[in-house]
Design a protein around this ligand. Structure first.
Ligand SMILES: O=c1nc2n(C[C@H](O)[C@H](O)[C@H](O)CO)c3cc(O)ccc3cc-2c(=O)[nH]1
Length: 332
């Protein structure tokens, strides 16, 4: 296999990609050439306009992580970061103060925003930023069009009893501490796949759905018009790894998002939500963690090949082993 395509969110996807690249370089993935290329189609519905700047958390997390600029502790933003601009904005009483924009990170958003203002597409901007960071993958936004995930939460103070907030406010300010009553993907139905996205899926030798958020990361990518058709048409096997282990997410807020769309919060639930390609879904194989081994039979009975392997991305070797298991599941 020469061309791999990964449909990725932010932190979980970036960690998976680190292990995938590690495994490819060391020839640990059966049938995958050591010089195989990896194309990442990244979620852009987390994107946020803030203080006049366009922030693209999932694109930047993949770029910084693979480009070795990420803050490993936080999992987002830059290493060795300072917060002077954020502090000065707060001193002026400028909202929102709840979103952490670091000084180094702001340079990325300034470059992106001025390129967008000059008429460049988000995919061109991303390519320009990657010329510096050299992530070792081709990084594509899922679309160049504006898409934003918004979340409805209960608010007794409003006539409807609900308030809609941007996904980032739900995650960063509300800490996903209140139930998400609904999730809406503003602009998704009218979005066009970015240049290269459809080909990256149809021309791939393998497509991977990493353990990213199945609703607001992978789910949004699958929601871009023509992406599902490309997954149905590609001759590449499509394999996924469960982001739910032992009935909850490892990090993030997948549990809250799955509850919002009434999908069972389990490894089997997410696998069956994605569905097997033989029955109109997108997967040819689904990996669950060993703690969820009791769910394998249920997934297999639904016509979706499934195996239980260790899915905790504790280091690049563990993650490379996950990637190898994913390849084996759909190529043996
Ligand atoms: O928990 C937080 N996550 C922050 N994130 C993470 C972000 O919410 C997540 O990466 C995804 O959007 C959700 O997976 C940032 C990501 C960026 O690219 C830039 C700035 C931030 C700021 C924060 C923050 O203040 N707090």
């Amino acid at each position: 296999m020469q061309n791999l395509t990964v449909l990725s969110g932010g932190m979980g996807g970036a960690r998976f990609l680190q292990g995938l690249l590690h495994g490819i370089e060391r020839g640990l993935l059966p049938g995958v050439a050591p010089d195989a290329t990896v194309t990442v189609v990244a979620n852009t519905a987390d994107d946020l306009w803030i203080h006049g700047l366009k922030v693209c958390p999932d694109l930047d997390t993949v770029m910084y992580t693979l480009g070795d600029g990420i803050d490993l502790e936080r999992g987002w933003g830059r290493r060795d970061e300072t917060w002077s601009v954020k502090e000065e904005l707060a001193a002026y009483g400028v909202e929102p103060t709840w979103f952490g924009l670091g000084d180094r990170d702001i340079a990325t958003h300034l470059v992106r925003t001025q390129m967008l203002d000059a008429g460049y597409r988000l995919s061109e901007v991303t390519e320009a930023l990657c010329a510096r960071w050299r992530p070792g993958v081709r990084l594509l936004p899922m679309t160049d069009d504006r898409v934003e995930t918004h979340v409805a939460v209960a608010d007794p103070a409003t006539p409807s009893g609900r308030r809609v907030v941007h996904f980032q406010e739900y995650w960063v300010r509300l800490r996903a501490a209140v139930p998400a009553e609904a999730v809406v993907f503003v602009g998704l139905d009218d979005a066009a796949p970015a240049p290269g996205v459809i080909d990256a899926i149809t021309d791939a030798d393998l497509v991977v759905l990493p353990p990213s958020n199945p609703v607001v990361s992978v789910g949004t990518i699958l929601g871009v018009p023509r992406v599902r058709e490309a997954l149905a048409a590609t001759r590449a096997p499509v394999v996924g790894l469960s982001p739910i282990v032992g009935g909850t997410h490892v990090r993030g807020m997948a549990e809250q998002m799955l509850n919002a769309i009434d999908v069972e919060v389990s490894a089997a639930g997410v696998g069956l939500h994605y569905g097997s390609r033989s029955s109109g879904g997108v997967l040819d194989g689904w990996l669950v963690d060993e703690v969820d081994v009791d769910q394998v039979d249920r997934v297999v009975a639904a016509g979706l090949p499934c195996r239980a392997v260790p899915l905790m991305m504790t280091d690049v070797d563990a993650t490379a082993a996950m990637a190898a298991a994913a390849v084996e599941l759909v190529t043996r």
